[in-house]
Write a protein that binds this ligand. Structure first.
Ligand code: ZN
Ligand code: ZN
Length: 141
């Protein structure tokens, strides 16, 4: 079951598996570029996006992508201002601040919990037609 596609970066045909339509050679090159950019930012924390783009020869679009993927972090003194998409707080990377992220995660967890509880209740109903409280009393004695 092979899925041959053209790489979105170099145009070469390759065996596509999943994710971005980018061949292994390009993936490796992008990864190497990422390491270079990461090192550059560590050594030049005061540089802006355009400067990083020019110095490292990488598209700002790619830089922004790495930021959204939470791969690139920027310190307090960086001119690159990333703000939380939800509340506008200053963040170092990604889309949301820790607080908003926690809210989103909690909301997700609640949904999962509710589903699990509903499922457990359904199973309990099927298994024990008797009052579960009387069973508890019985166990305690
Ligand atoms: Zn490629
Ligand atoms: Zn926020």
């Amino acid at each position: 079951m092979s899925n041959i596609k053209n790489c979105a970066r170099c145009g070469k045909m390759f065996n596509y598996i999943a994710g971005e339509v980018i061949c292994d050679v390009c993936k490796k090159e992008i990864e190497e570029k990422f390491q270079e950019v990461k090192k550059y930012i560590q050594e030049n924390p005061g540089s802006g996006l355009r400067q990083i783009s020019e110095e490292c020869d990488v598209a700002t679009k790619q830089l922004k992508k790495w930021i959204l993927e939470e791969r690139l972090m920027f310190t307090e003194n960086s001119p690159i201002q990333i703000t939380c998409e939800n509340c506008g707080a200053r963040i170092q990377t990604g889309r949301l601040c820790a607080k908003c992220k926690a809210t989103v995660t909690n909301a997700l967890n609640d949904t999962v919990k509710q589903r699990q509880q509903a499922l457990a209740a359904e199973i309990a109903k099927k298994q024990k037609p008797a009052d579960p409280k009387s069973g508890m009393k019985f166990l305690k004695t």
